[in-house]
Design a protein around this ligand. Structure first.
Ligand code: SAM
Ligand code: SF4
Length: 357
């Protein structure tokens, strides 16, 4: 079985920090885009799917009818009879009660809200279109609809955000009793408004904020199962775990990546060209790479180290020197035959992981 990611490249407006591929929503273009997704789906010939993740962009920008049509198409083009998890990303300002009902009635099992902060000033700085109160209404509507697996994304290191205000966002959100939270350090991505304004992040403060979050969540109902992710028992993101365990997935849509039949490939970034290519029966893939055994091993280490459960020690045969360097520094540890990042190692994981390349 394989995972399925569907990219919806539409947003109402671009947030100032975001470099994910998305364009202004337009109803006709979104209709054409969904048709193109179905054309792309045909090449997978009813592949059996274990998890589906509809992300973006902003999937909740689609109209209620478009969401229904999209889900019908996924059911038609793939075999989801044994699906284990079906996630849809939602933005608070566009997650209406009608759309939530459609998702729930179609057995979407998990939703993920992008909140970022409970502080309206910080939301404004990020260029978000919702207030905390609007998020609260959407969250309550989702619970009232019946969703019992809700994740919330938060960001730390926002300009003007102090360690205290970060703690306040965490406390406020934890009181809502979400099932899963993702905590991301703000990064300044190329060609975003923040980048163009030459904004910088304070890494030391971000490190303090990350450690404070780890500390707060240590004795809670949440398990820190991945560098940036915490969840209640049974509520770990099955789809994302599939990425980190280096399992196969199909990515549909503009800019989507796939790892399928030992090949990694990436789709064209521009939604208009993606639609046009599929309308003309042309390929939408812009780059691809064969994954041989040696690359597979390296990738399995690099992805798997993100998970707190770690990676089989046997995969490190050719990386012994690097492994011992980090074991000595207490950044990696061996637990029950698996190599794992320590809490201290989580924060500097990027440099450790890239050292295994
Ligand atoms: C690709 S976004 C899509 C989700 C949804 N459209 C939203 O805005 O909430 C997924 C998450 O990535 C995180 N993210 C995006 N850009 C980021 C950046 N530059 N730095 C840190 N986190 C970022 C945000 O927390 C966001 O909720
Ligand atoms: S963070 Fe979400 S809403 Fe904002 S621009 Fe990126 S994808 Fe769109």
């Amino acid at each position: 079985m394989t995972g399925l990611y569907v990219h919806i490249p539409f947003c109402k407006r671009k947030c100032f920090y975001c470099d994910f591929i998305s364009f202004n929503y337009d109803e006709r273009k979104a209709d054409d885009y969904i048709k193109a997704l179905f054309k792309e789906s045909r090449k997978y010939k009813k592949e059996k799917i274990s998890t589906v993740y509809i992300g973006g962009g902003t999937p909740s920008m689609l109209s209620a009818d478009q969401l229904q049509h999209l889900i019908d198409g996924i059911k038609k083009h793939f075999d989801i009879t044994e699906i284990e998890e079906f996630t849809v990303e939602l933005n608070p300002e566009s997650a209406s009660a009608e759309k939530l009902k459609i998702l729930y009635n179609n057995k979407i099992s998990r939703i993920s809200f992008g909140l970022q902060s409970s502080n309206d000033e910080e939301l404004k700085i990020l260029g978000r279109l919702h207030t905390y109160n609007e998020f609260l209404n959407a969250y309550a509507a989702a619970r009232n609809t019946g969703f019992d697996n809700i994740s919330i994304d938060l960001m730390y290191g926002i300009e003007t955000q102090s360690a205290e205000s970060w703690q306040k966002t965490l406390d406020t959100v934890l009181k809502l009793n979400p099932d899963h939270i993702s905590l991301y350090p703000l990064t300044i991505e190329k060609y975003t408004p923040f980048y163009n304004q030459n904004k910088k992040v304070d890494y030391d403060l971000q490190s303090i904020m990350y450690n404070a979050a780890c500390e707060k969540l240590k004795d809670s109902v949440f398990t820190h199962y991945e560098i940036s992710n915490w969840a209640k028992d049974g509520k770990f993101s099955k789809h994302n775990i599939l990425y980190w365990k280096n399992k196969e997935y199909i990515g549909l849509g503009a800019s989507a990546s796939s790892y399928y039949k030992r090949q990694r490939y990436k789709n064209i970034l521009n939604a208009d060209i993606y639609i046009k290519n599929l309308q003309c029966g042309q390929s939408c893939v812009i780059e691809s790479e064969n994954i041989d055994d040696s690359l597979y091993k390296t990738e399995t280490i690099m992805l798997g180290l993100r998970l707190s459960e770690g990676v089989d020690l046997s995969l490190f045969n050719h990386k012994q020197q690097t492994l011992y360097k980090y074991l000595k520094q207490d950044l990696l540890v061996i637990r029950e035959g698996k190599v794992c990042l320590t809490e201290k190692g989580f924060w500097v994981s990027n440099s450790i992981i890239s050292d295994f390349m």
